[in-house]
Design a protein around this ligand. Structure first.
Ligand code: HEC
Ligand code: HEC
Length: 473
């Protein structure tokens, strides 16, 4: 913890509820002057979100930009542990709103801005640029380019999400798939920037032309910001359930006690606040560690070629490299189907993704199998689906005939995916067995996988339009 040099200061006493209603009254103009009065009567920020859209009266105005509370995470525990979680959800949401602000007015917790290292993760200037509304000068990048898929909250629940497989990433879990770091570690800024710049080949996320480097940097900051606030919200709820032996009526924090005359209540408030700060620091430190966790990918051996693309593969097969390359492909095929590497178990004997393919990703498993409900059992999932969970879809093993690699097609990218696995998905990291399956064999697997591609891609990955991208059905 870098909490040591943190000195308590008078924290800003901004009331999220009041400021939200003020913004709203500005947007709605004269016709809805009474709105703030109605709003301040509402008990919680959480309930505010659901009532606002119904109040109407400002139909000409764009829908308000609001973060959504993580109701699925709370409901999951309500079902599993039998404890009512609405209050916990409201309290956690209140805390993250106090610390991280809103989609129009983002901020960072003081514990972060006062620490040189943590403050270096995300710049407020970048946050302002990426946040805000479409068309707002110098702002609105995220709403313009990302929100239809990732949602304002970064929960992966944009307007278009339901039609996609895999679903757009829910950043709030803090887990990312395509990165240069060890399993369990956060991605680096460069990892995120690369994906934003180039899109994710084989998925519906495409490259966005005209993004400047500054835009990309601002969006990277914003993804980290959304992930940070979302992960904090989850941690607060997890902690309530697992550490505080949460019972009905308990509070994660009671905003009313902030200035309470009752010393005990005030102290309880401060303890809860400080705990939330500890969590925020913990998450920030994980992001800070990412650059130290980069995996050094070794160079391929010199005695056979490991092409970086299908074109290179075809070229090598047509010249003197063909013999050693063919031998490598054969060795790869054996391993792929063999008992130890056992890739065919999921990807199928011919690598078409038709092995064991009825599994789900961790984003889905945690609120289904994780609480003892089968993902296929829609009736039992209704409460969760009603709170924003997207219907379970299978996490399909890649079909290598398509040659579309989400995490990059270069040999080094594939080396990373195979040795580290793909986090949050069923794709495991390999386990080496001396004399049977060693690090060098990974290059053979890569050559075999490359040999499975059926036709050259018509376009470079970055130009692929969604309609032409092979869909993982
Ligand atoms: C048309 C839909 C769409 C749009 C628009 C979109 N994405 Fe995505 N995004 C996806 C999908 C789908 C995935 C999941 C891909 C996968 O898991 O293979 C994803 C994944 C991601 C990931 C996770 C990468 C990882 O390693 O796990 C990040 C970060 C991301 N998107 C950021 C952005 C940002 C920033 C924008 C806006 C500049 C954006 N996306 C726009 C659909 C979209
Ligand atoms: C338990 C099932 C399972 C096993 C075993 C498995 N995979 Fe996968 N693999 C998957 C799934 C699922 C995906 C898609 C993950 C995603 O993108 O979310 C995948 C994706 C991949 C990708 C695509 C990476 C990219 O960037 O698109 C490669 C390459 C791959 N696997 C290679 C292998 C190799 C080599 C082995 C054996 C050493 C293997 N897999 C074993 C399930 C498996």
């Amino acid at each position: 913890m870098t909490l040591l040099n943190y000195t308590k200061t008078n924290r800003p006493r901004r009331n999220a509820r009041e400021s939200t209603s003020l913004n709203r009254s500005n947007r709605c103009g004269k016709s809805s002057r009474s709105l703030p009065a109605v709003l301040t009567k509402l008990a919680t920020v959480g309930s505010l979100l659901f009532v606002l859209p119904m109040l109407g009266g400002c139909s000409k105005e764009p829908a308000p930009l609001e973060f959504e509370p993580n109701l699925v995470h709370a409901m999951k525990y309500q079902i599993k542990e039998g404890i009512p979680m609405d209050q916990a959800s409201d309290d956690a949401f209140w805390l993250v709103t106090e610390m991280f602000g809103t989609p129009e007015d983002p901020k960072l917790p003081e514990i972060v801005t006062e620490d040189e290292d943590l403050a270096s993760l995300v710049s407020i200037e970048n946050l302002r640029r990426a946040s805000g509304r479409v068309g707002e000068e110098g702002r609105g990048l995220y709403q313009t380019h990302c929100v239809t898929c990732h949602g304002t909250t970064g929960n992966g629940r944009g307007e278009l999400s339901a039609t996609m497989s895999p679903y757009p990433r829910d950043y709030r879990k803090g887990v990312f798939k395509f990165k240069s770091t060890e399993r369990g570690e956060k991605p680096t800024r460069e990892d995120l920037a690369g994906l934003i710049k180039n899109g994710i080949n084989g998925s519906r996320m495409v490259a966005i032309p005209n993004l400047t480097d500054e835009d990309v940097e601002a969006l990277v900051d914003y993804v980290i910001y959304l992930s940070w606030r979302g992960e904090l919200e989850r941690m607060l709820i997890d902690d309530a359930v697992y550490e505080l032996d949460f019972e009905e009526g308990d509070r994660i924090i009671n905003p009313a006690d902030r200035n309470s005359a009752d010393e005990e209540a005030k102290e309880a408030f401060e303890d809860s606040w400080e705990l939330a700060e500890d969590f925020a620091v913990e998450i920030g430190e994980a992001w800070l560690e990412a650059p130290d966790a980069i995996v050094e990918v070794p160079d391929p051996p010199a005695d056979f070629v490991v092409p970086d693309s299908y074109e290179e593969f075809v070229a090598a097969m047509a010249d003197e490299r063909a013999e050693t390359l063919t031998a490598s492909v054969e060795r790869g095929r054996e391993l792929f189907k063999g008992k130890i590497a056992a890739c065919s178990k999921c990807h199928g004997e011919t690598g078409r993704g038709d092995g064991q393919n009825t599994d789900y990703d961790d984003w889905t498993k945690e609120w289904t199998l994780g609480i003892g409900i089968k993902p296929e059992n829609r009736d039992e999932l209704i409460k969760l689906l009603a709170r924003g969970a997207l219907p379970p879809v299978n996490a399909k093993p890649r079909n290598f005939a398509l040659g579309a690699f989400h995490g990059g097609a270069r040999a080094k990218d594939l080396f990373m995916r195979i040795t580290q696995g793909i986090e949050g998905s069923p794709m495991p990291a390999v386990t080496f067995v001396e004399g049977e399956f060693e690090e060098e064999d990974v290059w053979h697997l890569i050559n075999f996988i490359r040999s499975l591609q059926e036709a050259p891609e018509e376009e470079s990955p970055t130009d692929a339009a969604p309609a032409q991208t092979p869909q993982q059905t």
